[in-house]
Design a protein around this ligand. Structure first.
Ligand code: AMP
Length: 270
């Protein structure tokens, strides 16, 4: 694996006209990231993974500071997977111009995480924009774990870049918890609570699939979850999975949650 600390050197060494798959990450790699890398390796001749903890997508300084990092371990994982290139750029290189650190969202897109984490997706779109302008890959891979992010990126790149976006299903661990880099910040007790929440919502979803009118019990689920010690829901919403509107039926809905588990903010969708 060749490790690049700068996009300039990456561009000098690698010809992106070739069939190269790009998997952007913030590191602290887990099986969710690995599934994206494996998809890229299946479809593309070469795979580039980036590890960049993007400061402009954090709306709380402490969250940025505490975000899990383990570059050594990540490199070992990537080497084992036979990834071709790793890009670990410096903040200065990505945001030479401060103007590039945010991309505005449309008002109608400001729901769920876009509403509760002001500036977050503006920062995500900005870094993806910088990567795509500077690297020009033909294939890029994202996880459905960050479903709202995936839809926003799809919309953003649509008429701007010639690129195929591949979405990969959410990988879950023990107790149906969605794998996340932030899970290392959870204790065993916290993990049990997250598993309980995941299964509660999965069960609720099954009931809604059988009878859409079951949606009226959502408030009971919210009540149950908020009654767990040190758990606080930010939002728990049912939305149309195509456009995130509240207009949905039993075939096109998804359930979205963001909550704090002992101060760690987690998101998931089912
Ligand atoms: P992150 O490092 O959290 O920014 O995530 C990098 C990419 O991995 C994003 O496209 C995520 O959606 C994806 N990802 C993170 N967790 C999972 C998971 N549990 N299953 C599938 N993809 C994931």
């Amino acid at each position: 694996m060749i490790i690049f600390k700068s996009i300039n050197t990456l561009n000098k060494e690698v010809n992106f006209k070739a069939n190269i798959g790009f998997v952007p990450t913030m590191g602290a790699l887990h099986k969710g990231h690995i599934s994206l890398i494996k998809s890229s390796k299946k479809i593309c001749k070469k795979t580039l993974v980036s590890i960049f903890i993007n400061p402009s997508q954090f709306n709380k300084a402490n969250d940025f500071k505490n975000y899990p990092k383990n570059l050594k371990k990540d490199i070992a994982i990537l080497k084992k997977l036979k990834v071709d290139y790793l890009l670990a750029p410096k903040v200065k290189e990505i945001y030479r111009n401060k103007k590039n650190s945010k991309i505005k969202l449309k008002k109608k897109d400001k729901v769920m995480c876009a509403l509760y984490r002001p500036g977050h997706f503006e920062g995500v779109l900005a870094v993806i924009n910088q990567f795509l302008i500077k690297i020009k890959p033909k294939h890029i891979f994202f996880g459905e774990k960050d479903y709202q992010q995936l839809l926003l990126i799809k919309k953003f790149v649509k008429n701007k870049f010639k690129i195929t976006i591949h979405n990969c299903p959410t990988i879950r661990g023990k107790g149906n918890i969605a794998l996340s880099s932030r899970n290392v910040l959870l204790s065993n007790t916290d993990i049990k609570k997250s598993a309980y929440i995941a299964n509660l919502i999965l069960n609720f979803k099954r009931n809604m699939k059988r009878d859409i009118l079951f949606k009226k019990h959502l408030k009971n689920i919210i009540y149950k979850i908020n009654n767990i010690k040190k758990i606080k829901i930010e939002y728990l919403e049912i939305r149309n999975k195509i456009n995130l509107s509240k207009n949905y039926n039993r075939n096109n809905f998804k359930i979205f949650i963001a909550y704090y588990n002992n101060k760690v903010r987690l998101i998931d969708n089912y």
